[in-house]
Write a protein of this length. Sequence first.
Length: 173
Amino acid sequence: MQKHFNRVKFHTPTTGNGNILTVGNIRNGYQSLEDAGAQGGDQFYYVVEEGYNWELGTAVYDSVAGTITKTPQQSSDSGSAITLYGRATVYVAMLASSLPNVEIVATSPESNQTLVYNGSRFVNQHLSTDKLSDINNTSKADGALLVYDSNSSKYVATKIIQNANTIIKGGSY
């Protein structure tokens, strides 16, 4: 499992297109892997850039050797390791592919009721359907902005709650 380390960015003097990079000088304003809490064997996501070339993927830190062993997932060289000339910058990153795809599904437990997130938990709330039309609507509760989706004939909650787009499914509201 990949770990996450904040504000780690360093130079690598490594040349060629191998998968082992030497950890060089820490960039000004950033911290080393150790200072960020990394230990030998820790896995993380990385980005390496040199000029217009880039790659990203997963890496394993070797604290004894002062290196990382990387496995490219994407790159400006069709997914292969890029060729380095001793001037590359490496940093710990969060890759889009590593983010969870969260969807919260709420069903109507009874007529004219829906589950609404109130900031700490889901609660049953009465949704007055006479206040809803086929345009944008807001629930009276601490709920989300509802937009009518004519394709599915359902109201879809569009408010971002805890970094996830919440979709209310299970019937027309």
